[in-house]
Design a protein around this ligand. Structure first.
Ligand code: FMN
Length: 159
């Protein structure tokens, strides 16, 4: 069973979540950062998982491009979709809806928000005030849910 986890990450949180997820999946997992590897493809995998962080309510264009380029392959296999972001509840779900096309969200075996994390000192000079304005968070913070990663993996393993 060959599984693809295609992700994007800026400060490493989504990558760390993708790695944790990979450890819990049954099969051979390939992790691909689609921002670093523009030749990445979803061809030849039995299951596909996509993961992206939310910035300013949206995702980076490289994942939109990957989805567009690989749409038939992604729609044709058991699919899991996750996002990383600090917002929970309705605001968190709004991020998930914005991240992926409706067809993918409907087709997915499992979708979830894994939470996010931030280290203030890592943020750029301009990014820090933007981050504080958007999230109202002024300290280092993490709400990554190991339980959600575990439950996501279980659902993918059942398919
Ligand atoms: C400038 C900035 C804007 C952000 N905007 C959002 C947002 O709109 N919604 C949200 O849920 N999280 C937001 N976050 C939190 C990130 O999604 C979170 O830190 C995530 O873990 C980053 O993942 P990465 O390290 O893989 O890039 C923002 C973070 C920064 C720095």
């Amino acid at each position: 069973m060959n599984i693809l986890i295609a992700y994007i990450t800026k400060y490493g949180t989504t990558e760390a979540c993708a790695q944790k997820l990979a450890e819990k999946l049954d099969g051979s997992v390939t992790l691909v950062n689609v921002k670093k590897d523009s030749s990445a493809t979803a061809h030849g995998y039995d299951k596909i998982i996509l993961g992206v962080p939310i910035y300013g309510g949206d995702i980076e264009r490289e994942m939109k491009h990957f989805v567009h380029q690989n749409f038939p392959q992604i729609m044709g296999k058991p699919l899991g979709l996750f996002i990383c972001g600090l917002f929970e509840g309705e605001k968190g779900l709004a991020g998930l809806k914005k991240a992926y096309p409706e067809q993918l969200l409907k087709k997915a075996v499992v979708t979830d928000l894994f939470g996010g994390s931030v280290v203030q000192s890592n943020l750029g000079f301009l990014e820090r005030p933007i981050f504080r304005m958007i999230t109202k968070i002024k300290t280092d913070y993490s709400n990554i849910s190991e339980e959600k990663i575990e439950a996501f993996a279980q659902k993918m393993n059942e398919k």
